[in-house]
Design a protein around this ligand. Structure first.
Ligand code: EPU
Length: 312
């Protein structure tokens, strides 16, 4: 474990000078994920803007300290042994800005740590159409871009115009939609690129119509997803042409429980934390599902959630 005492003083001083927000050591990552499972990170830092983020990354890079960005932690399972290195919380980078275009075109610029819900709310208030499908997707802008989040027939890639990144050396660069390699629930990125902000290409629309669409989607999600429990959204990617939730349902695995983790009775592709679940419980359920689905249907399910960190 990299303990505070093991960072040399000069490095700690540089890191603290780089970031005006908190620098916490030995911090439980269960506090920073929607699932609420997982062990401690050696350190977590909270840069407040892109300059601080850039300085922090440069500083970590110089010392070859491993680091990992986290937005709202909604698609993340951290193993119980935690993360060896520094977690960078992007929660302090949450600015949004509207840029008017011509003929009703509008662009919303959003920093990576902004909740996607802020973008949906802003577009609703301002009568901007195009983000409705994101209503109820819990996560940050950066996470949604990284995972090419989607629902109801649309994906982030359909609305993204450009994405700004920070390199492992702390330099900022931008890429247009055309040069970004989006696939189902994934944006392929070199390991040293971190998403800093995204611009969404939208249009002026009728506020009442937008509100109706958003409300319809929120109601559908409430009806289908077990939102009363902590969860990480869909656990598995849908295999081509079929829903993982339906397969799991047909395999009779709904309601299966290990510790305080349970395969939701409401939707087969959700695992819920009934209160004190450990990552090991969730991972055991994931394994069981994969094995049973392969044995019974010959289908290899792939996880959609990111699984990181060390076993205890
Ligand atoms: N179904 C069952 N049993 C279940 C779950 C689903 O029979 O336990 C059936 C439903 O009745 C429906 C079909 O399977 O006929 C599809 O289900 P649903 O509409 O819930 O969609 P999904 O394919 O399970 C995908 C996304 C969701 C997104 C919805 C709506 C993936 C892995 N999941 O789910 O995204 O909200 O479509 O568009 O692509 C997420 O990524 O975290 C997520 C929730």
């Amino acid at each position: 474990m990299i303990e505070q005492a093991m960072f040399d003083d000069a490095f700690l001083e540089k890191l603290r000078a780089a970031v005006s927000g908190a620098v916490l050591f030995d911090e439980p990552l269960s506090r920073y994920t929607s699932f609420g499972v997982g062990g401690k990170a050696d350190a977590i830092i909270f840069p407040k803007n892109s300059e601080e983020l850039s300085r922090a990354i440069a500083c970590l890079g110089e010392e070859a300290v491993p680091f990992m960005p986290v937005g709202k932690g909604t698609n993340l399972i951290v193993r119980d042994g935690g993360y060896r290195g520094v977690v960078i919380s992007l929660s302090g980078l949450h600015d949004l800005r509207i840029e008017e275009g011509v003929d009703g075109a509008v662009c919303i610029h959003a920093e990576a740590g902004a909740p996607l819900a802020y973008v949906v709310d802003l577009s609703l208030r301002e009568g901007i159409a195009g983000m409705e499908f994101c209503a109820g997707i819990p996560g940050s802008v950066g996470g949604a871009v990284r995972m090419n989040a989607g629902a109801y027939g649309r994906e982030i890639k359909d609305v993204v115009e450009k994405v700004a990144f920070i390199t492992g050396k702390g330099e900022i660069l931008e890429q247009d939609r055309g040069s970004l390699d989006f696939t189902y629930r994934r944006l392929a990125l070199p390991p040293d690129l971190l998403i800093l902000a995204a611009a969404f290409s939208l249009t002026r629309g009728d506020r009442e119509e937008i509100r109706k669409k958003v409300e319809k989607i929120l109601a559908l999600r409430k009806e289908k997803h077990p939102l009363m429990y902590r969860n990480a959204g869909s656990i598995f990617k849908n295999p081509p042409g079929i829903s993982a939730g339906r397969i799991i349902d047909e395999t009779g695995l709904k309601g299966l429980q290990t510790g305080d983790a349970r395969i939701s009775e409401m939707h087969g592709n959700f695992i819920v934390n009934l209160g004190r679940a450990k990552a090991v419980d969730v991972l055991a359920l994931i394994d069981t599902v994969k094995k049973r689905v392969f044995e019974e249907r010959g289908i290899v399910l792939e996880t959609e959630v990111c699984i990181i960190g060390e076993d205890r």
